[in-house]
Each structure stands twice: as structure tokens, then as C-alpha cells.
Design a protein around this ligand. Structure first.
Ligand SMILES: Cc1cc2nc3c(=O)[nH]c(=O)nc-3n(C[C@H](O)[C@H](O)[C@H](O)COP(=O)(O)OP(=O)(O)OC[C@H]3O[C@@H](n4cnc5c(N)ncnc54)[C@H](O)[C@@H]3O)c2cc1C
Length: 402
């Protein structure tokens, strides 16, 4: 009896999906597999959440997201919003606002029946509930086994065996590096200075900014060749605006040695770029506390190329498979699309389709979606080329996939 149980357990282990990385893609896949009773294991190198935070706009992928999640999460996504009081229909109606940074006037806008702003840390926290995420597990190697199956090897010496490894381990993916080698898997660094940082303001100024800015996405292209976006990150108490957290995304072409080396004087460099900006951007940067923390950042991208998937046993999803800049707001949407497709693929395999055939189709889809990396790169460039901005993908195509 016990022997039978052991055998069953072993067989289940050999079939299970090993999800490396508990970000948006990995967590969504874990929920989708759980919903379909497909054995899986999800691991992440982090033991505590990282400090970095931002918001994403889930637009076209929102129905895929709710489809993959259990009902209790799908019907409660509002808990992940930066501003819990913003209905998703209002967010959709207000949509994406792109202004001329020198006047504050509208350059382009896009409206939707529904979009949802999701704060990335709240989202990861909410999605991790109900899943058994193994923390402190940094993948360092993979072994494809002769008799079938695959092993994932972690820095702490542990080894996990399964049928498939899916690398959902973000822009600098170790699974991608294992599949393609360091050179082919290396990210391209775009020649732009990039700052992403959170800040709060005194109550009166916070209220003013909240009323001035578009509540979902408020970004501007300045004719001098600069991008700046203002967003809400958190409103812990609607009655206490001094505790509201906003964030800025700013990019401009690297100019001079300090941009080149990404010198620590980031606020000084940002302020020096603000001549000729209109409100709300101008005043907000003036009001920033001199001690505001601006971390080191860079715009890194990776265009997918074909990889050998060992009969469908090793693959990628999300930023690991295609990392792009945020200028067209597609990375998170594509991570969800990959997750949805991956789960559908595993369901087909469970129902009898050969793994190699099913995963060939999945991998091709991932790479096709990766064409967005170049579109987003062109969008990033266009935000810094005012004359041609109106010809750019975000104006011509909105924020839908190609
Ligand atoms: C400022 C900013 C704004 C953005 N705005 C938008 C937007 O509006 N719309 C949109 O669609 N997208 C947006 N994005 C993109 C979106 O956030 C990402 O595409 C998405 O979060 C990627 O999710 P992921 O799960 O693929 O990767 P990640 O969230 O990076 O998760 C990877 C996980 O893998 C773990 N990991 C890494 N290495 C290992 C290892 N060796 N072993 C084990 N675990 C490992 C990490 O700890 C992490 O938890 C934005 C991104 C940024 C930075």
C-alpha cells in the first residue's frame, strides 16, 4: 500500500511543472495549473519582497487574467490597485493621457471600456495567497534527464525533479541564460537615463496633484526630447493625502558623463532637465524632498530568438521570454498572455497531446509576441523625438498588441 503511494507520488513529481520565479507570470501560471489540477511547484530566489515597486495597466490581457485566476481573486482584483477607490470602468474611461510636456496640453489619449491599474507588490502579495511559493530558491542550473524529465538545481544545493521547467524569472532570466548561453541571452541596454522613484507630498499639494493628474496613466513627451510620467502608487488612507504615495518615471537620452555613469546625483540631474516643463510635472519635481531616494536603474530589453526546448521540457514566459521598456505598457499584459497560453498548453498535454508538439506551438507563440520588444523600443525612442511622436506606435496602434 505504502509502496503504491510512494510510486504514485514519484510519478506525479516526474510530471509536474517547475515554475521558476514568482512574479506576475509565474504566479499566474501557478494559479492556472492549480485551477486545472495539474501538479506544479513554484519557487523564487527572494525570501522577502524586493523594495522596487510600480504600477502596471492591465488592458487587453485583463480578461485572460481573470480567466486564469480562482474566482475569489478574479472578483477581488481591486485590492491590488494603487488607488482602491478608482473603479476600473472609470480608469478605462480616463484611460491613457499623453501630454505635450511643454504646455500640459493633450497630445494623444486612449480610452477603454475597462482597464485596471495594478500595483506590482500588492498584486504579487495577493496572488501568492493560496499558493505554496518556495522562497530563497535561486535557480543556478538545469539537467535534462536521459530517461525523460528534468531537474532544477538551486543555489542552496536542493534539486527538484519534474516534467517541464518554465522560466518566469524576469528580465535577467537564469533559465534563458541556461538555454541560450550568456551572450545570446544578454540584455541590450538602451542609451537613455531612467529614473523610477516614489514620493509623498504635504496634504494640500498631494490633493492638488491628485486632482490635476489623470488617475490611471499621465505621461508627457517634451519637445526637448524627454519623457516624464506621473502615477499614483498607493493611497493607504483616502482621508490622509500626506500619506499618499506617487511615483515618477523619467527618461531622456544619455547626455554627458554623469548620465553615462549613472552618478548618484539623480535628483540634481532630473531637476536640471526640468526647464521648460509645464504643470503638473514642473511643480511636482520642484516640490520633491531633497532626500528623496532615487535608485540606480537602466532600460534593459531582450528580443527573443529560437531556443532548443528539449522536447518541450524547458521554456520561458513573461519578461524572461521578452523584456521591453514600459513606454507602451505591454510587458505585464504579455506576461499574462504567456501564462494563459502556457496553462492551456499543459491542459492539452494532460489530455494526451505529446509534450514536444504542444510546447513547439507555445514557444512559437511566445516568440511572435516578442515582436513587441522592438515596437516598445521604437516607442521609447519616439517619446524622445517630439517631431515624429504622432507617428509612433502608441498613437497609431494604442496599447493593443500588433
Ligand atoms: C516602471 C515599470 C512600469 C511598467 N508598466 C507596465 C504597464 O503599464 N503595463 C504592462 O503591461 N507592463 C508594465 N511593466 C512591465 C511589467 O511590470 C513586467 O513585464 C512584468 O511584471 C513581468 O513579470 P514577470 O513575472 O515576467 O517577471 P518579474 O516580475 O521580474 O518576476 C521574476 C521573478 O523571478 C525571480 N527570479 C529571478 N531570478 C531567479 C532565479 N535565478 N531563481 C529563482 N527565482 C528567480 C524574481 O525574484 C522575481 O520574483 C512595467 C515595468 C516597469 C519596470
Amino acid at each position: 500500500m505504502a509502496e503504491n503511494q510512494d510510486q504514485e507520488q514519484e510519478q506525479e513529481q516526474e510530471k509536474r511543472v517547475i515554475i521558476v520565479g514568482a512574479g506576475l507570470a509565474g504566479l499566474a501560471i501557478a494559479h492556472g495549473l492549480k485551477k486545472n489540477n495539474i501538479p506544479h511547484l513554484i519557487l523564487d530566489r527572494e525570501s522577502t519582497p524586493r523594495g522596487r515597486n510600480w504600477g502596471i495597466t492591465l488592458s487587453w490581457a485583463l480578461p485572460l487574467f481573470t480567466d486564469i485566476l480562482p474566482e475569489r481573486l478574479a472578483s477581488n482584483l481591486r485590492q491590488c490597485q494603487p488607488d482602491l477607490s478608482l473603479p476600473s470602468a472609470v480608469a478605462g474611461k480616463k484611460g491613457v493621457l499623453i501630454r505635450d510636456g511643454s504646455t500640459g496640453k493633450t497630445l494623444a489619449e486612449a480610452h477603454f471600456p475597462v482597464i485596471r491599474r495594478m500595483q506590482i507588490q500588492k498584486t504579487k502579495r495577493a496572488l501568492a495567497e493560496g499558493l505554496d511559493v518556495k522562497a530563497g530558491k535561486k535557480l543556478i542550473d538545469i539537467r535534462v534527464l536521459d530517461g525523460g524529465g528534468v531537474e532544477a538545481i538551486f543555489e542552496d544545493g536542493s534539486v527538484e525533479r519534474g516534467g517541464v521547467v518554465v522560466g518566469c524569472d524576469g528580465g535577467a532570466s537564469a533559465v534563458r541564460r541556461w538555454l541560450l548561453g550568456e551572450k545570446q541571452a544578454a540584455q541590450e541596454v538602451l542609451p537613455f537615463a531612467f529614473m523610477n522613484f516614489a514620493f509623498s507630498l504635504p496634504a494640500d499639494k498631494a490633493r492638488w496633484l491628485d486632482a490635476e493628474m489623470n488617475p490611471s496613466v499621465d505621461v508627457a513627451a517634451h519637445p526637448k526630447g524627454m519623457y516624464l510620467g506621473l502615477f499614483i502608487l498607493d493611497k493607504p488612507d483616502l482621508e490622509k493625502p500626506e500619506g499618499w504615495v506617487f511615483y515618477i518615471l523619467a527618461t531622456w537620452p544619455i547626455q554627458g558623463e554623469e548620465d553615462e555613469t549613472n552618478a548618484e546625483n539623480r535628483l540634481e540631474r532630473l531637476r536640471a532637465k526640468m526647464g521648460g516643463w509645464a504643470d503638473p510635472y514642473k511643480s511636482v519635481v520642484e516640490w520633491l524632498d531633497d532626500g528623496v531616494q532615487i535608485g540606480r536603474d537602466a532600460l534593459r530589453i531582450w528580443h527573443p530568438v529560437p531556443w532548443e526546448n528539449f522536447g518541450g521540457r524547458v521554456s520561458l514566459a513573461g519578461d524572461a521570454a521578452h523584456s521591453m521598456t514600459f513606454h507602451r505598457g505591454q510587458g505585464g499584459n504579455l506576461a499574462i498572455k504567456d501564462a494563459h497560453e502556457f496553462v492551456a498548453t499543459m491542459v492539452k498535454v494532460r489530455d494526451g497531446m505529446p509534450l514536444a508538439d504542444a510546447m513547439r506551438v507555445y514557444d512559437e507563440g511566445v516568440r511572435e509576441r516578442g515582436e513587441e520588444v522592438e515596437i516598445s523600443k521604437q516607442q521609447a525612442i519616439a517619446f524622445h523625438d517630439f517631431e515624429r511622436f504622432l507617428e509612433s506606435p502608441v498613437v497609431q496602434m494604442g496599447i493593443k498588441p500588433k
